[in-house]
Design a protein around this ligand. Structure first.
Ligand code: GN1
Ligand code: MG
Length: 372
């Protein structure tokens, strides 16, 4: 990889460079926090190398992000919000481009750093998760009048669970690392749920569930939470903003944030679905989304929690069998451990489905603006 200093010199940052720190959160791109300063103040930025194995068209990704952030910025200004905190800002290169293509063909981009807020890997205060629900719901709302056809499909068929299932079958068949035999139990778990994988995609294809502009990666750590108020400030990681189903956004947020453990917890006894956290997120999300969701979407909200968790487990298992080529891993069985936490959650979600449905019903009947 090139020296970071060569990359940094390409961007129009303010002040003098004063240091960089690596961010270890994401599974796909490489992220650094940069510090700059002049006589009076410090400036922080986020610098990322786009994973071009995953994102085949990095310029298309940046076009989407510029268009979506401009749309949101306009609305933030109209409502007299703070456009420097409530939406990401792409820092242009010195020649005015949204990303820099290095001599080695790697794509780099930079954003402003949002001060006075942070991300969480796990819910530390349930109220944060209520606010995460509001913020993701509001994100969909702000983009509800965005021209979906103008977006590039940055990863084809990203949340097509049936395709993810078929990809797994292909990898099991090829078994390039000879790992399939050791994960028979996990494979059987997935095969037993094949019928679930097509449910949402078929409803979309039949026009019964609408395509919307969605985020498609609604992990808790993709939201900046204000240090003072605990409110969600800004949605991050817009690489997969594309036409999709609101259901996958709702479900994915629960999958990650309402789990009692982190996604790669090796001790499965610690992994379960926390219904209190489910309730918090649902209240926040529906306070924003109640007005635009259709009856068919509402009917599938609880199911979508299980479906995206199954899908994510399928993706981790596929990557494990394939030899860890997609998600960043930092130990030999990392992807397998991730797959196992997802399947543990799926089993839990199946048992708790009626309770999730009841909570959704009660939430819809209650006064949502009353708060957490
Ligand atoms: C990846 O980059 P990150 O960590 O926000 C992945 C998501 C998965 C998630 C699982 C482009 O997200 O789809 O749900 O890992 N992003 C991509 O933690 O594949
Ligand atoms: Mg992320």
């Amino acid at each position: 990889m090139e020296h970071l200093s060569e990359i940094i010199a390409q961007f129009d940052f303010a002040g003098e460079y004063a240091g960089a720190e690596v961010c270890t959160d994401g599974h796909i791109n490489d992220t650094y926090f940069l510090e700059f300063k002049d006589q009076e103040r410090k400036f922080r930025y986020v610098l990322q190398r786009i994973n071009s194995h995953v994102f085949r068209d990095p310029q298309g990704v940046m076009e989407n992000i510029e268009a979506v952030t401009s749309h949101i910025r306009q609305k933030v200004i109209e409502r007299k919000g703070d456009p420097d905190r409530e939406v990401m800002r792409v820092i242009l290169t010195r020649d005015g481009k949204p990303c820099y293509r290095s001599s080695q063909g790697e794509y780099w981009r930079a954003y402003n750093y949002i001060e006075g807020a942070r991300t969480y890997q796990k819910v530390e205060d349930p109220v944060h998760f209520y606010h995460a629900g509001r913020t993701f719901g509001e994100f969909q709302l702000l983009l509800s009048d965005f021209p979906a056809d103008s977006l590039h499909e940055t990863i084809a068929r990203f949340h097509d669970t049936r395709k993810r299932f078929e990809d797994l079958l292909r990898v099991i068949e090829a078994d390039p690392k000879g790992r399939a035999a050791e994960v028979k139990e996990e494979i059987a778990f997935v095969l037993g749920r094949e019928a679930d994988t097509g449910i949402i995609v078929d409803l979309i294809a039949a026009g019964e569930i609408p395509l919307r502009v969605t985020h498609n990666d609604t992990k808790l750590n993709n939201i900046m939470i204000d240090n003072e108020t605990g409110e969600g400030i800004c949605v991050l990681d817009l690489d997969t903003v594309m036409p999709g189903s609101a259901l996958y956004d709702f479900g994915d947020a629960i999958r990650f944030g309402a789990s009692t453990a982190e996604e790669d917890e090796p001790n499965l006894d610690l992994v379960s679905l926390d219904l209190e956290l489910f309730t918090q997120f649902t209240r926040g999300y529906l306070s924003m989304a109640k007005g635009f969701l259709t009856a068919a979407e509402i009917d599938h909200l609880a199911f979508s929690v299980k479906l995206i968790t199954l899908e994510t487990g399928i993706r981790f298992l596929t990557d494990y069998i394939e030899g860890d080529v997609y998600f960043r891993t930092d130990r030999p069985e990392h992807n397998l451990q991730r797959a196992r936490t997802q399947f543990k959650l799926v089993a839990d979600m199946e048992a708790l489905l009626p309770q999730m449905e009841a909570i959704i019903r009660e939430t819809l009947e209650s006064d949502l603006e009353a708060g957490a």
